[in-house]
Ligand binder design. Sequence first.
Ligand code: URA
Length: 473
Amino acid sequence: MHHVVIPEINSAAIWRDKARAFLGAGTPPDHILWGETTIAPDLFATPAHSPQGGPVSVPRSFISLAEKVVWHSDPERFARLYSFLWRLRDAPHLMSDRGDADLARLRQMEKNVRRCQHKMKAFVRFREIRFERANRRSFAAWFEPTHNTVEPTADFFARRFADMDWRILTPKTSAIFEGGTLTFTQGQPKPDLPEDASEALWITYFRNIFNPARLKPRAMQSEMPKKYWKNMPEADAIPELIATAPARAREMARAAPTLPPRHMAGAQAQLASCASAWDGPSSALSSAITACTRCPLHRNATQTVLGEGPVDADLMIVGEQPGDMEDLHGTPFIGPAGQLFDRLAQAAALDRRAAYVTNAVKHFKFKPQGRRRIHQRPNSSEINHCKWWLEAELAQVRPKLILALGATAAQALTGNGAALMSRRGTVEKTPTGQPVLITLHPSYILRQTDPKASAAAETLLVQDLKAAMAMLA
Ligand code: URA
């Protein structure tokens, strides 16, 4: 019997290496006892020398499944993964067998981990801690995730909060980001973190977005489970807001204007379209967008896809909404449209990394079709709700030029929903006067079936990208 102890830090890589070695050497699952660092050694077990095995080939879909499942809190996770991997050797089709109970269990675990990562991105609340002589601002957060999600989620925070030092402390693993370097250490008991000025802002923000007329305590608790409340300043306001919601909703109904429905709809659309930008602190903007539930799209998307890039960029590139890959990875423009954009940007000598890249709508809208998720265009209401965040990003980045990729971005930025082709290559303005160069969306090019039309569209997009570079020169 081999006894393998996987440490809490770097578990994914260590499990993968061990599993590959055992698989290559033909070691069956019942000859291995997998454990975590904390498990007591088995008296009859031999120490974990990884056997020397031959090369193994593992389906990519299993690798991405395992990369999530290893962070699950189930102590049997390593053994479950290895047993399934063992079965896969002779039956590679198993990965697509919907009736397989082991796979279903692993998929459920993968989903739990993804959900936990999503919660972590939304509910970590940093408090400022002051270190004398420190030249960057420092923040710390205490968080109690259900699964071991600190390590796989830390990159997200490193990208979002690259300009500050921070640490996320948890009972199991803690992440420390100092001077741009991310490290992991063992967990710890709950520290005594200082009160922070932004706590009051979180409470004000939450009070403002809380709509008593739409109160659904069960949906609210499933989005923001109670276990996270104790570390979220705004949660203090929840019991009172719930208790007073019916009275406030009645009051709102009494005070509602009595316009005929047709005018009412127009007035509401106008109100939504000129919703003022979010006025919280810029350090909290990403977390606020991540936690957004302003429209129903957040319900089915895996996660909010935030903008990325320098927040003092001269150029802001705005797409429509994340696609399937962006939704899974949490990064804009990495799928086929993003790859095409990168190729054309290179032809125009446009360095995407110097630009701030975001989307008009921050959640993926799709229709499930079998195992595929088919992209759906966001409607005006979804665009208007998300404009709140786009405007906040515009106010934060204050780019010299905005590039609108496609009709949705053009509509969100200028308020003009007219057809795109006659506007492409022209410069319009946002309501606050920022210049917007209108161009094609790379997905439009990908949809062309005629190679000539596709090449012509590529030429137009490259031409517009070059024009953008010339305007900024
Ligand atoms: N299409 C978009 O508009 N944005 C993305 O991030 C990806 C595809």
